[in-house]
Design a protein around this ligand. Structure first.
Ligand code: PNS
Length: 158
């Protein structure tokens, strides 16, 4: 059984995240989506809501599980025994950040490998922060977020 972990803030889940999740779900028997609960970072959606929205968006993907985690990613991989982390890369800046994170995580857990997946072209410009900004100004979010969570996002910004 090959399992990978896809960690992130998912505040909120976007079509860019779903691109990574769908592709990972085709490559691995199980994909565990880990939603970071960071008490120091005041996000937009509480972690429970982010988990709920991801579960809705992934309901047609039977091999995808969603969990919340706190603390270090390397610690989570030790605790779960998942040795493959997958992350999406949209541009050069992502590549630099993700490579640095992958190296640090591997130093903390030498069993851990990070796979970087280039974003699909249609998802290259999508980010959760951009979605939050568009939502705040009432823009059409349909191209950027999974339809299952659109009502939740609209409700939060109404
Ligand atoms: O969606 P994001 O904000 O790009 O996700 C980043 C995330 C949550 C994967 C990363 O910040 C993380 O794993 N944080 C947990 C703390 C940690 O392990 N830090 C050391 C790695 S640099």
């Amino acid at each position: 059984m090959k399992t990978c972990l896809y960690p992130g803030s998912f505040d909120p889940v976007t079509q860019g995240h779903m691109d990574v999740i769908r592709r990972a779900a085709r490559m691995f028997d199980t994909v565990v989506v880990g939603v970071l609960h960071n008490p120091d970072k005041t996000g937009c959606f509480p972690v429970e809501k982010r988990v709920e929205m991801l579960k809705k968006a992934c309901r047609d993907l039977p091999n995808v599980e969603v969990i919340a985690y706190g603390g270090l990613l390397a610690q989570l991989t030790r605790e779960t025994g998942i040795s493959i982390v997958i992350r999406g890369v949209r541009n050069a800046s992502d590549l630099e950040n993700e490579t640095a994170m992958a190296r640090i995580n591997r130093q903390l857990n030498p069993e851990l490998e990070t796979l970087l997946l280039p974003a699909s072209p249609e998802c290259q410009e999508i980010s959760a922060s951009m979605v939050r900004q568009l939502a705040a100004f009432g823009a059409d979010l349909k191209p950027f977020v999974p339809p299952e969570v659109l009502p939740d996002i609209l409700a939060a910004f109404s």
